[in-house]
Design a protein around this ligand. Structure first.
Ligand SMILES: NC(=O)c1ccc[n+]([C@@H]2O[C@H](COP(=O)([O-])OP(=O)(O)OC[C@H]3O[C@@H](n4cnc5c(N)ncnc54)[C@H](OP(=O)(O)O)[C@@H]3O)[C@@H](O)[C@H]2O)c1
Length: 431
């Protein structure tokens, strides 16, 4: 008879319901790999009388409870899996579980991005494991890959399409010429976007994931206030179409880039050249593209969400803990790499930029733009005048590589000294 490792599950929603299913489906393999039976003993839910939850509990022989203490005070439960989401009460329950010596698995990126340092310290204090592979890019095993497989490498750049909802919307806008609102309505109808899509479309969800990725790739802890965040809200079909004509896809990119000893982390829509591997990541799929000195360029691609991929990732964390328990090696950090945090100054953040402007359709306007760019030492790579209604023309500029500081000078002067309307500015990724 194998040893039983008993699990307390907090939340039986999309991902939570998938965990007992994966554990049962792969029971024999998990037993061989860990030498143990991993069993969900109890599940914490808001209401134990909900029929769907009762049916699930009966199917997988799980005891439902609406009392968190029944899990936290049960000495036989050695792992707590938090799949409720949001900050509270998840943070309190995880903290209490760790304080009682229970190992924890969670998929909660909001919590890890904002309070990860505190929770990791608490896990250390109580010699517990805390794993959260599913918090970034759902089914893609990216955190473990960075922490283990790339531990001997020097990562210089992490670029991620880490929000499936916005990537689905952008794909629909590009391939089917749908408006932002039509694409959002469709994403909601398909269940990709929540009824309040703020965190997705405003780039907040992607920023949480980039904070966690930056911690793994560079060992640096940064806060939300140190990430420059711009979402896709209001992105016009004109920009999407123009980008396509120029040979680019617009994607919501999370970028964490190291320059010397410092990093710059941002989330914003960017122009991705068609030849770049990230350009082909469409619909709800996620991908993380890494540049490092040893491996070079590598990309990790897959489903960023969904019950089965995410629950599979949660179960991989459970298996890691089971192995640690067996080998008596629990209490080590998921990612032990630590480096003092330094942020890159605007004068050292380099990129090509896309500018879209509405300018009066009169003589001399282009000269004015050229003078402003010249004064700031920013040069044109491409210029396109899109259309004219007789009064205004849309001018698209792609600059050569320049610093963010110089670009800001150009944007300030455009605002102060011209009657141009700056419609959009986006970074342009290199080939
Ligand atoms: N869905 C994905 O594909 C995915 C991918 C990666 C990571 N994640 C993360 O995984 C976690 C779970 O996501 P999900 O999609 O499974 O969410 P979900 O379907 O909304 O499930 C959350 C469950 O937790 C329960 N819950 C929430 N607050 C509770 C409370 N205070 N007391 C008791 N129960 C409570 C909810 O109960 P009610 O039904 O009664 O409200 C619900 O059953 C989140 O942190 C999410 O960010 C999800």
């Amino acid at each position: 008879m194998e040893e039983k490792l008993k699990i307390g599950l907090l939340g039986l929603g999309v991902v939570g319901s998938g965990v007992p299913e994966i554990l049962i489906a792969h029971q024999e393999k998990i037993r061989q790999v860990t030498g143990m039976d991993l069993v969900v003993e109890k599940a914490f839910v808001r209401d134990v009388e909900v029929e769907s939850k009762k049916a699930l509990a009966a199917e997988f022989d799980i005891q439902l409870t609406a009392s968190i203490d029944e899990i936290l005070d049960d000495p036989e439960i050695s792992i707590v899996v938090e799949l409720m989401g949001k900050i509270e009460p998840a943070k309190t329950y995880i903290s209490q579980a760790l304080a009682k010596g229970k190992h924890v698995v969670t998929a909660n990126k909001d919590l890890l991005a904002q309070h990860g340092g505190e929770l990791v310290a608490l896990a250390q204090k109580h010699h517990c494991d805390l794993y959260y592979e599913a918090s970034v890019a759902g089914g893609i095993p990216i955190l473990r890959t960075i922490a283990n497989s790339l531990a001997a490498d020097d990562i210089t750049n992490v670029l991620g399409i880490v929000n499936g909802t916005t990537n689905y919307m952008l794909t629909q806008m590009v391939t089917h010429a749908k408006s932002y609102q039509e694409a959002l309505d469709e994403a909601q109808a398909l269940g990709f976007a929540e009824s309040d899509p703020t965190n997705d479309v405003d780039g907040i969800d992607a920023a949480y994931k980039m904070i966690i990725l930056s911690q793994f790739a560079f060992g640096m802890n940064i806060g939300m206030e140190q990430v420059s965040v711009k979402g896709i809200r209001g992105l016009s079909l004109e920009d999407v179409t123009m980008a396509k004509q120029l040979g680019y896809e617009i994607k919501l990119i999370g970028a964490s880039q190291k320059t010397g000893d410092s990093i710059h982390v941002e989330v914003s829509p960017m122009l991705v050249p068609n030849s770049h591997p990230l350009a082909s990541v469409s619909n709800e799929f996620n991908a993380v593209f890494i540049e490092s000195s040893g491996v070079g360029e590598s990309m990790y691609y897959g489903p960023g969400a969904g019950a089965k991929p995410t629950a599979t990732s949660v179960v991989s964390d459970l298996i890691t803990i089971a192995k640690n328990i067996r080998l008596k090696t629990t209490g080590h950090m998921f990612n032990a790499y630590r480096h003092e945090t330094h942020l890159t100054g605007d004068e050292e953040i380099f990129s090509k930029y896309y500018l879209s402007l509405e300018v009066p359709d009169e003589r001399g306007q282009f000269l004015q733009l050229a003078e402003i760019m010249n004064q700031a030492d920013v040069s044109f790579d491409q210029v396109v005048q899109q259309k004219s209604d007789g009064k205004t023309a849309r001018v698209i500029v792609i600059t050569h590589t320049t610093s963010k500081k110089k670009l800001d000078e150009v944007l300030t002067k455009i605002n102060e000294k011209t009657s141009f309307s700056l419609e959009n500015t986006m970074k342009v990724l290199g080939e």
